[in-house]
Design a protein around this ligand. Sequence first.
Ligand SMILES: Nc1ncnc2c1ncn2[C@@H]1O[C@H](COP(=O)(O)OP(=O)(O)O)[C@@H](O)[C@H]1O
Ligand SMILES: [Mg+2]
Length: 406
Amino acid sequence: MNSFLWVSVVVLFIAAAWFAWRYYDLKKRMNSYASLVRAQPNNLPTDLKDLETLSNSIASLKADFEIRLSNLDSQSARLSTVLEQLTDGVLIADAQGQVQFANPAACKLFDTNDPLDHSVAEIVRNHQLIEAWRRCQQTRETQSESVELPIRRQFLQLIVIPDTHEGGSLLLVQDLTRVRRLETVRRDFISNVSHELRTPLASLKALTETLQNGALSDPQAGPRFLGRITTEVDALTQMAQELLDLSRIESGQVELIRALLEPKKLLSSAADRMKMQAERAGLKLTVMCADNLPMINVDKSRLEQVLVNLIHNSVKFTKPGGEIFLEAAPANGGVRCAVRDTGSGIPAESLSRIFERFYRVDRSRTGSGTGLGLSISKHIVEAHEGKIWAESEEGKGCAIYFEIPV
Ligand SMILES: Nc1ncnc2c1ncn2[C@@H]1O[C@H](COP(=O)(O)OP(=O)(O)O)[C@@H](O)[C@H]1O
Ligand SMILES: [Mg+2]
């Protein structure tokens, strides 16, 4: 009996020691595995005796986690590209009004380099816009506000959207300056057109009334008034044609039919068309062009129209006995053409404006003219990726240049 007890005690002791050792060993390996997971998550051992199930679960969790992380990464990259390329400004402010995020467009619109951790008020610097943000913070409702900033020459629209999670807000800023300017241009255009129509129509009305009141039977006044009516109708027809041309060119409906062309040919054919008109006005028209100019890839009839417009102006604004020169020379890797005259010239303050629609330096001096010719010419030159400009000394003459890249 005694010996049986002893044997049992010894067996129990050995079993307990074995379990204790197993427990100790397992705990040690678990700890070292845990620190490996923490230290080198990318390089985990796979041959783990007794810990395979745990290790497999961790490995599959890790794979899952990595897939999610890479999805999140690509989503956030896409989002930041969108925010970076967006032309509208985006600002995110926290509940205290500190800016937490701003995209490049917002920095540009508000003219700041480092908006983070500045307050909305410091960045926006306009009390109406700041008020809109305050209203949104108080009411937690979307607010919008449009303001004109005369100093910065901007017209901005701000939309403030409350951020439901953080108590902050999202500010979207749109630059409507261009849209506004286009609206003004369109309004001016319509009022210009109606004004330009009214003048010839009023004189037509006066002429016909005079004819009706007896001038028709007058052998001298009758034909003279009819002649003036024809002139007014011609001017109206020309204006209708030029307006149509302009609107077609501006809306991109005119397609250039390009072909390689020698600049000299272009100048001579424009000169041939205008020679008679120049001679009748008592002017000498000279073409000055080198033979070895590079060929240009242009729409011949359109560019000829530009030259004819320019020569026509020179004829109109140069007194008999004057001269007109048509020139072409190599410039900036392209060809520069010029129409120069010895006429009345253009005052310095008008030089930059003559290419505007309906702009005429001296309305009384021009007589027949709509002020659209140069504007059409500018569009045609720009459609050829070229540029056009004027140089002049008032009283001595004027030169209009345009450059066409090869
Ligand atoms: N060669 C020039 N000499 C003097 N003034 C010119 C000349 N070309 C253009 N201008 C000025 O520019 C204005 C605009 O020209 P343009 O657009 O061709 O209109 P238009 O010929 O119908 O008046 C003219 O009215 C004139 O005042
Ligand atoms: Mg003209």
